[in-house]
Design a protein around this ligand. Sequence first.
Ligand SMILES: Cc1ncc(C[n+]2csc(CCOP(=O)(O)OP(=O)(O)O)c2C)c(N)n1
Length: 388
Amino acid sequence: MSVPTNVLLSRLSAAGYTFFSGVPCSHFADLFERATESALTDVAAANEGSAVALAAGAALSGQRAVVALQNSGLGHVVNPLTSLLMVNRIPVLLLISVRGHPDESADEPQHVFMGAATKAILDQLAIDWCEFDGTTGGLDQLLIRAAEAHRQDAPFAVLLRKGQLAQSSAGPACDVPLDYPLSAGEAIELIGQRLDPATLIISTTGFITRELFRINDRPENFYMQGSLGHCSALAAGLAIAMPERPVLALDGDGGALMHMGVMSTIGHTKPQNLIHVVLDNESYASTGGQASTSRSSSLDLVASACGYRSAVRCVEAEHILTAMEHCASTPGPHFLLCKINRSHPATLPRVTTRHTPVGNKRRFQDAIQDAMERDVLEPSIAGQRGTM
Ligand SMILES: Cc1ncc(C[n+]2csc(CCOP(=O)(O)OP(=O)(O)O)c2C)c(N)n1
C-alpha cells in the first residue's frame, strides 16, 4: 500500500509544516524531488545531523520543520536529537526510511545492523515514533500524533518502508543540465590508465563503488558500501599507517560534503602517498540524482585552502591524465576534482554479487600482506614503485 508523495507533502503543508531538510535515500527519491517544488522551504543538508540542526533553527523561529533521512543517517542525528532537540525541547518531525527492515527480504549488507536496531535506538532515546502503514488514513493518524508531539515540544519519528510513497509524476530528480564530457566510468578508466598498480583504492558508497567494481575489480580495491562520507578518512588512515604504499580515495561530491572536515585533517597531516579524487556530478546520483550543493562550492579550492599539496579541477580526459602523472611524480596529498556528467550504464553490477563485505576486506588485506612480503623479498623493485 502506498500514498502519492504529493499527498504526503500537501498534508504536511496543511498541518503547518513549512521547512524541509534532509539527505536523500533512494526510497525517498520522489519525496526529495517533489519537496523542491512544494510549498515547503527545501534546504539540502550535507549530512543528517546538519539537517536536524537546520530544522531546529527553523523551529526556533516558530516554523514547523520536517527532516527526511535514511536510517543509516540515524547515527548522525543522535547527537543533535539528544543534546539539541530533546534538551531544549525543540519539536521536529523525522521521516525515516528504514533500510534493512527485519521483516523484509534481505537488503544490502550495510543496512542489516541499523535495520535491526532502528526502533530500539529510538526507544532508547525515548523518542516517540510510529510505523507508516502506507494508507491515507494512516497518514492522517500519524500527523495527529506528530501534532501532539509538537504540542509537547518533542521530536516525533515516522518509519517508512520501501514503496510506501508512490511517485507523483515521472521526470528526473535533478533536471539542471550537466554537460561535462566525462562520465564517472570514463573518469575511473582514465585514472586507471595512470595508476601505479600497487595503489590501494578506497571507493565511496553507491554508484562509484559499483562503477569501479564493473571496470576493474582488483584485490587492491576496498569497496565501501555504507558509511557514506567516510571514504577519504578511511583512505587517509590507511595512507598514514602505510606511508610507503600509494592510496587513492575515490569519493563523490555527496560523500565529500557529508564530512568535509576530514579535508582539513588530510591537509594538516599531509599523507604524501594519498590521492583524493572527488567525482563531482553535483548530485546524489545513487539515490535518484537529487542536487547536492557542490555546484556552488569549489571543493578544489577547499582542498587547497586545507593544505593539500596540489588541488586541480579536471573536466577533460587530458586534465585527469596530466593530474595523475603529477601525483605519481610528486608527494601528496593530492586532490583531483573531476567534474563529470550523470550518465551510468543502464545496469551497474553490485559488489555483493561477487564479494561479501568480509570477503572483500580479507582479499584487500591479503593484497596488502602479499605486497609487503614481495617488498621484503624484492626490495629493489619495491624502491622503484611510485614512479611511472
Ligand atoms: C549516512 C547516509 N545517508 C544517506 C545515504 C544514502 N545514499 C547512498 S549513496 C548516496 C549518494 C552519494 O552521493 P555522491 O557521493 O555524490 O555519489 P553519487 O551517488 O553521485 O555517485 C546517498 C545519499 C547513506 N548511504 N548513508
